[in-house]
Design a protein around this ligand. Structure first.
Ligand code: ADP
Length: 166
């Protein structure tokens, strides 16, 4: 059975992430969406909320699980007996960082292969930070995230729930 891990911050999950997950389910028997616990990134949503949002978004997809991890992704992949790490590649701007990370992960554990998937063109310029920024300013992001994520963004940015730290 071929298991692939799709790691990321997912703060929040967007239609671009979902596009990649769908493509991955067509290639692998099982896909684990793994939320990186990286407090240094100061995420907008807690890991628990991000997990819930991902679960809602992938409810209709077969053989997809959601989990979280800390430490090295290659160690986590080994723990889960997964031979593949999935990453999304959008514009050229992703390439250098992703190549560096893939080569480092290969050096750490040669057995684990990084596979890059390209999303539909409509999601090539989409990332979670633009969603957070537009939503925080009251803009419509309903074409970029699922209705349940929309609801969480509205809750976060409505009536003083969100304190801008800067
Ligand atoms: P990270 O902090 O690991 O980059 P992200 O949640 O931003 O976490 O991204 C996780 C993965 O999903 C990365 O491989 C990223 O390139 C990919 N990704 C993010 N947004 C998109 C998108 N719109 N289309 C395709 N891949 C995407």
């Amino acid at each position: 059975m071929k298991t692939a891990i799709y790691p990321g911050t997912f703060d929040p999950i967007t239609y671009g992430h979902i596009d990649i997950i769908e493509r991955a389910t067509n290639l692998f028997d099982s896909v684990i969406v793994a939320i990186a616990k990286n407090p240094a990134k100061q995420p907008l949503f807690t890991v628990a909320v991000r997990k819930k949002m991902i679960k809602n978004a992938i409810a209709d997809l077969p053989n997809v699980q959601v989990d979280c991890f800390d430490g090295l992704i290659v160690d986590y992949a080994e723990l889960k007996k997964a031979g593949v790490i999935i990453r999304g590649l959008r514009a050229i701007s992703d390439f250098e960082y992703e190549l560096q990370m893939a080569l480092m992960n290969r050096r750490l554990k040669d057995r684990i292969v990084t596979v890059f998937l390209m999303p539909h063109e409509q999601y090539v310029y989409l990332n979670s930070s633009i969603v957070r920024e537009v939503a925080s300013l009251g803009g419509d992001v309903s074409h970029l995230v699922s209705p349940s994520v929309m609801k969480m963004l509205e809750k976060k940015f409505s009536s003083g729930n969100y304190k801008n730290k800067s």
